[in-house]
Design a protein around this ligand. Structure first.
Ligand code: PGA
Length: 255
């Protein structure tokens, strides 16, 4: 059984002070919720990681911690970058890799994503590897081939054990931050295809173990129908994760 995961990707939002308030508020909203059912992961900007980690621990909250990106090297002359051991030392559990905003705005390629995937596992971080098609690719009927390439190249050279531990996030680019959401049926169909690709390359046990999230304008109002699909194991939530009340409702929508 795959445990649902709901991750809140704050992107470039919230100071560390905002983050402390958020964690307290979210704890309030989820006080009576059985958190064994759903894994909740907060993905703040680097500057708020420490505050989220300490507030979560002080309040005995069971929120996982993730970073939005990292470099693949452990240290060195890479001004402005953050390394896997730095994230591990902050008790990060997860790292989002290959988000479409990194790919489109910061020119990350599948090869770069693959290097980062390997580095994440080397340092005990679980990658949340993103994939998804543009509007143009979707119109041209290239959704499946696009995600297939991204998933295959991103996972290149990883052992079956590591592939099984990976979290994949399918995020159609046209749905990110636009208010347009893929229909649950469309999201299910692409995610089922990703699982098929994993099954073909790594076998049924690995494919059944990988958690695949949907992302792209997930909100309190549409989360239950998305998360209710057989192959969708939760969500990577951007805009709607910034408000603790709405994010809590999304968490509660997981089956
Ligand atoms: P959104 O972002 O929920 O604001 O569409 C999702 C994401 O980019 O992870």
């Amino acid at each position: 059984m795959r445990k649902p995961l709901v991750a809140g990707n704050w992107k470039m939002n919230k100071t560390h002070l905002d983050a402390i308030h958020f964690v307290e508020e979210l704890g309030h909203h989820l006080a009576d919720f059985d958190q064994d059912r759903v894994e909740v992961v907060l993905v703040p900007p680097f500057t708020a990681l420490r505050s989220v980690q300490t507030t979560t621990e002080d309040r005995h909250q069971e929120f996982g911690l993730g970073a939005q990106n990292m470099h693949w090297e452990s240290d060195g002359a890479f001004t402005g970058e953050v390394s896997p051991p730095m994230l591990k030392a902050l008790r990060c559990d997860y790292v989002v890799l290959g988000h479409s905003e990194r790919r489109e705005l910061f020119f990350e390629t599948d090869e770069i994503v693959n290097r980062k995937m390997k580095a994440a596992f080397e340092h005990g971080l679980v990658p949340i590897m993103c994939c998804g098609e543009t509007d143009e690719e979707r119109e041209a009927g290239r959704t499946q081939s696009k995600v297939e390439t991204q998933v295959t190249q991103g996972l290149e050279g990883l052992s079956n054990e590591r592939v099984a531990a990976t979290v994949v996030a399918y995020e159609p680019i046209w749905a990110i931050g636009t208010g347009k959401t893929a229909t649950p049926e469309d999201a299910q169909s692409t995610i089922a295809h990703i699982r098929y690709v994993l099954r073909s390359a790594h076998g049924p046990e690995v494919a059944d173990a990988v958690r695949i999230l949907y992302g792209g304008s997930v909100k309190a109002g549409n989360a239950a129908s998305l998360f209710g699909q057989p192959d969708i194991d939760g969500g990577l939530v951007g805009g709607a994760s910034l408000e603790a009340g709405e994010f809590a409702q999304i968490v509660k929508a997981a089956p």
